[in-house]
Design a protein around this ligand. Structure first.
Ligand code: CMX
Length: 435
């Protein structure tokens, strides 16, 4: 791990010098204004955070350190015989800020293999939960049980110098990312596969090892996992999971505490849980219509019914994006390549034709286009992974790459405790009345 950690430290030292100089010279520069509507409506559009790992453009979608998803698919190293990027390479890119070589990616894979041991008490803690517990709850409980292993917490208790926060956070982040596939697979096998577990395979990359431990040993499923783990990893800093991880970390919560908090945010249906909601919604539609291949007219009627019931159409809309999510497009391309005849995947594509005009016609929805969650479940179902309550756990394993790379940067740049100002509506009325 030494080389990557040293490279990270060198990059962080450079960035620290640069940021200090920027703040010294331009610290009082105004970068925006805040309206009353914004503070009442989820702070949309207020620039209030620095996140180095990725940047979201409303029209173009996500760029990781400047690279779009198609560019990553072209430039990041692949597994032997594979054509999707290895997410270990994306993690390196987010952490170091430079594209990795194949050797760099191998090194990340090796580090994650070496650090992947999960102590028994974590499994025992998960086992203490009823089988009916939602997988995301099991996931968060497992992560918190693992917090006993935090280097940051142990060193802080001994009186760590603040100059060393980054190093302990780096070690914790690597350990946690390495251990998540085992925890996720354990939850999956416990809940859905009769508690029969599969040992990790020390020769596999991070994503295929997850697939293997879940019981999906198929080269094309391995490819899907590599793509899935790449595209879900990061979406700049303001989304609920990234922002929560950053916020909790700002109080010097360790990587386990911060990431578990972020995962509770991901578990909300307007955020990561939307991936299970999409498949649930499609399955309910199929059941109601008595058909596995609903026509576009039937889909339109079902969408209208969903809206009339005061519910959202899951997988559509976004707080920042204003076009089709390139993460949706990447999955559509995967579907065309590997399973173009699959009726469920075709239904997802028919929904893509039917939904946007309806949402647009309502006049109030800022983005009628699909997001990442509109497509992911159908690809998983194709391989037999039908247990949709588990889908957000997969999103969470991937999200660790981005939010923990960011947490390393937060500590390396010495970012402050986050504590924005809030006001009461009484004070707002006083402002309006000029008091
Ligand atoms: N179906 C129905 N109504 C929708 C909608 C959808 N897919 N998307 C937005 N709207 C509604 C909002 O609920 C809001 O209604 P009210 O004014 O009655 O409260 C109105 O349109 C305006 O919302 P907006 O400004 O366009 O969107 P927001 O930034 O407030 O919300 C999001 C963004 C994602 C929460 C919303 O589009 C949504 O609920 N989508 C469905 C859930 C989903 O797919 N979430 C996953 C997002 C990606 C991820 O994080 O994983």
């Amino acid at each position: 791990m030494g080389i990557i950690k040293d490279r990270f430290k060198a990059k962080a030292d450079e960035a620290n010098v640069e940021i200090k100089a920027i703040l010294k010279e331009h610290g009082s520069k105004k970068i925006g204004e805040v309206t009353l509507a914004q503070i009442y409506q989820g702070m949309r559009g207020i620039t209030g955070l620095v996140t180095e790992t990725s940047l979201l453009d409303p029209q173009e979608g996500i760029r990781f350190r400047g690279y779009t998803i198609p560019e990553l698919q072209e430039k990041l190293p692949k597994a032997e015989g594979g054509s999707e990027p290895l997410p270990e390479g994306l993690f390196y890119l987010m952490l170091i800020g430079e594209l990795p070589t194949a050797a760099d990616v191998n090194e990340v894979t090796d580090i994650l293999q070496r650090r992947s041991h999960v102590p028994n008490h974590v499994f025992a803690t998960i086992d203490a939960l009823p089988l009916s517990t939602h997988p995301m709850t099991m996931f968060v409980v497992g992560i918190m049980a693992l917090q006993t292993e935090s280097c940051f917490s142990k060193q802080y208790a001994k009186g760590m110098n603040k100059k060393d926060y980054w190093s302990a956070t780096f070690d914790d982040s690597m350990d946690l990312i390495a251990r998540l596939p085992r925890i996720a697979a354990y939850i999956y096998r416990r809940k859905y596969k009769n508690n029969e577990h599969i040992h990790p395979d020390g020769l596999l990359d991070w994503s295929s090892n997850l697939a293997h431990m879940m019981g999906y040993d198929d080269e094309s499923f391995y490819e899907l996992m590599r793509l899935y783990m790449t595209i879900h990893a990061d979406h700049e800093g303001g989304n609920v999971s990234a922002h929560t991880t950053h916020l909790v970390g700002s109080a010097l919560g360790d990587a386990y505490q911060s990431f578990a908090a972020g995962m509770n945010g991901l578990a909300g249906p307007l955020h990561g849980l939307a991936n299970q909601e999409v498949i649930k919604w499609i399955f309910e539609m199929r059941k109601e219509l008595g058909s596995d291949n609903p026509s576009k007219e039937q889909i339109v009627d079902y969408v209208q019914k969903t809206l009339s019931a005061g519910k959202v159409v899951p997988g559509y809309g976004h707080a920042v994006l204003r076009k089709t999510d390139p993460r949706f497009t990447a999955q559509m391309e995967f579907g065309k390549k590997h399973m173009a005849d699959d009726p469920l995947v075709q239904t997802v594509w028919n929904i893509y034709e039917a939904v946007p005009p309806i949402l647009q016609s309502l006049g109030k929805i800022k983005n009628p286009w699909p997001n990442v969650d509109a497509h992911s479940g159908a690809l998983l179902v194709h391989y037999g992974l039908v247990e949709y309550e588990f889908y957000t756990v997969l999103f969470g394993v991937s999200r660790a790459l981005g939010v923990l790379a960011s947490l390393c940067w937060d500590r390396a740049l010495g970012f402050a405790l986050e504590r924005p100002k809030s006001v009461t509506s009484e004070l707002v009325k006083d402002w309006i009345n000029g008091k």
